[in-house]
Ligand binder design. Structure first.
Ligand code: YXS
Length: 259
């Protein structure tokens, strides 16, 4: 069974995460198939892309495959990590990308959903940011991404609490563009995609890249960048990082000792 289904109709491309049995975990195989689907649609004439899970999926995506996280002492989210790669691909795609979210979204999959240009959710959608749950040091790009979209206070609450942000609250905060009844979600998303597909693809492509460049214009001094990376090494060299992964795999609450 393919991990990803790809469809193209009326200039609208759809990438369906088709591994709900394994909660659409963003492991390297799933990401490889998503990257291939992107290339197929970008070169196949699509004017807009919808990313979704299969209908009825309770979990849109459970995020990074924890079993693919490197052992303690190595950066869990390096530049060439599959999850980080798909985030860059979505953000840099010349096509507008819509996340159609029916279920719960976890960890790095939140970053994937937020990398899309427009988020449309049903009342069952939720976003839960989990680094602190398994003692993972999130990366600078990702943290800036969250701050840019939701502001410092909401980003702190999401990262510190690892509690779900409900669809209703996400919509009030402007994180979800639209909160739509489940039975209308597909039609609403398709209609919005159609209105985009009917507009100038060149103008949209230029505006998307302009917004990406201007929104990410953070003057980071080399010293600040090194400091951020040094802080991350504190975590991924820690016992807590290894404990977070071990506890998940052993299905027990983690016992963090802060070192
Ligand atoms: O017991 P089996 O072998 O069937 O495996 C269980 C889970 O262990 C497994 N599973 C995962 N395995 C690896 N990586 C994952 N992200 C992951 N999520 C789940 O899938 C099988 C079914 O899970 P189960 O029984 O818990 O299903 P459920 O319906 O009761 O609960 C669904 C979830 C999503 C609420 C639950 O599976 C869950 O909390 N999963 C972990 C979500 C999470 O923490 N994701 C973040 C991954 S790390 C990441 O994305 C970044 C590195 S970061 O942390 O920095 O954001």
């Amino acid at each position: 069974m393919p991990l990803v289904l790809t469809q193209l109709s009326d200039d609208i491309g759809t990438i369906i995460m088709n591994n709900s049995e394994h909660l659409n975990m963003l492991n390297s195989a799933m990401v490889d198939d998503m990257l291939a689907a992107f290339a197929l649609l970008e070169n196949g004439g699509a004017r807009v892309i919808i990313i979704r899970a299969t209908a009825g999926a309770k979990v849109w995506s459970a995020g990074h495959d924890i079993n693919e996280l490197p052992l303690a002492g190595r950066d869990p989210l390096p530049y060439d990590d599959p999850l980080v790669t798909i985030l860059r691909t979505i953000q840099a795609s010349v096509l507008p990308v819509i996340a159609m979210i029916e279920g719960s979204v976890w960890g790095g999959a939140c970053d994937l959903a937020l990398s899309c240009d427009i988020l449309i959710g049903s009342p069952h959608a939720s976003l839960t940011m989990t680094p602190a749950k398994i003692s993972v040091p999130y990366n600078a790009t990702g943290i800036l991404h969250f701050i840019g979209i939701m502001g410092v206070n909401i980003a702190k609450e999401m990262f510190f609490s690892a509690q779900p942000l409900t669809a209703e609250r996400a919509q009030k905060l402007g994180i979800l563009n639209h909160l739509v009844p489940l039975e209308e979600l597909e039609t609403f998303t398709w209609h919005l995609a159609g209105s985009i597909a009917g507009n100038s693809p060149l103008s949209i492509r230029v505006i998307k890249e302009q917004i990406r460049l201007l929104a990410n214009a953070h003057p980071l001094s080399p010293q600040t960048f090194e400091r951020v990376q040094g802080l991350r090494r504190l975590v991924y060299h820690s016992d807590d990082y290894a404990e977070g992964i071990r506890a998940f795999q052993e299905k027990r609450p983690p016992v963090f000792n802060g070192s």
